[in-house]
Write a new protein. Structure first.
Length: 180
């Protein structure tokens, strides 16, 4: 049946097909939030009403699910990039995930997990011997490690506490091996 017989002009059918194609292509590459897909459609000059209709339909058939996207994003970024909750919250906001959806996704990362991730990062980035004995060298190493954690979204209090603990452990190990 021709598009005109369905009450939809042929030009609009093409716009819907184009919008569906763009969304499917984007979802094939990686999961995306509704906000990201809407921005992509707007960037491709798809009219707002067409974009809304297509995105609504994709949500109906559960190909777009912001709650699931947020959960997967937080889990992935916390594990692979060792980001703190504040950095993850900022990334979710950039992707259009706010409020309860963001909080539910962020609740996957506990305080203990966040501290363990920070400790793991510091142990991995710490240069043995770089803070040994010399107060200025220890301060420099502390600033370097705390800055690294800060860029990952960790709070200053957590960062300083973790760095102090790791450097103290490293100093204790060095002292123990010197004694032997």
């Amino acid at each position: 049946m021709p598009a005109e017989d369905q009450g939809v002009p042929a030009g609009d059918i093409d716009q819907y097909a184009t919008a569906r194609s763009i969304v499917l292509r984007q979802l094939t590459l990686a999961p995306k939030s509704r906000h990201q897909l809407a921005a992509k459609l707007a960037g491709r000059d798809v009219p707002d009403e067409v974009a809304t209709a297509v995105l609504d339909r994709f949500e109906e058939v559960q190909l777009i699910d912001d709650a699931e996207f947020a959960m997967l994003w937080v889990r992935s970024r916390a594990e692979t990039r060792s980001l703190a909750r504040s950095a993850l919250k900022r990334e979710l906001a950039e992707k259009g995930i706010h409020g309860d959806l963001a909080e539910a996704a962020l609740s996957q990362v506990s305080d203990e997990q966040e501290r363990e991730a920070a400790e793991h990062l510091v142990r991995r980035k710490h240069r043995p011997g770089s803070a040994g004995g010399d107060r200025a060298a220890r301060d420099k190493e502390t600033r370097r490690l705390v800055s690294m954690l800060g860029r990952k979204g960790y709070s200053p209090s957590l960062a300083f506490g973790v760095v102090r603990s790791v450097l103290d452990d490293a100093d204790d190990c060095a002292a123990d091996t010197d004694f032997l």
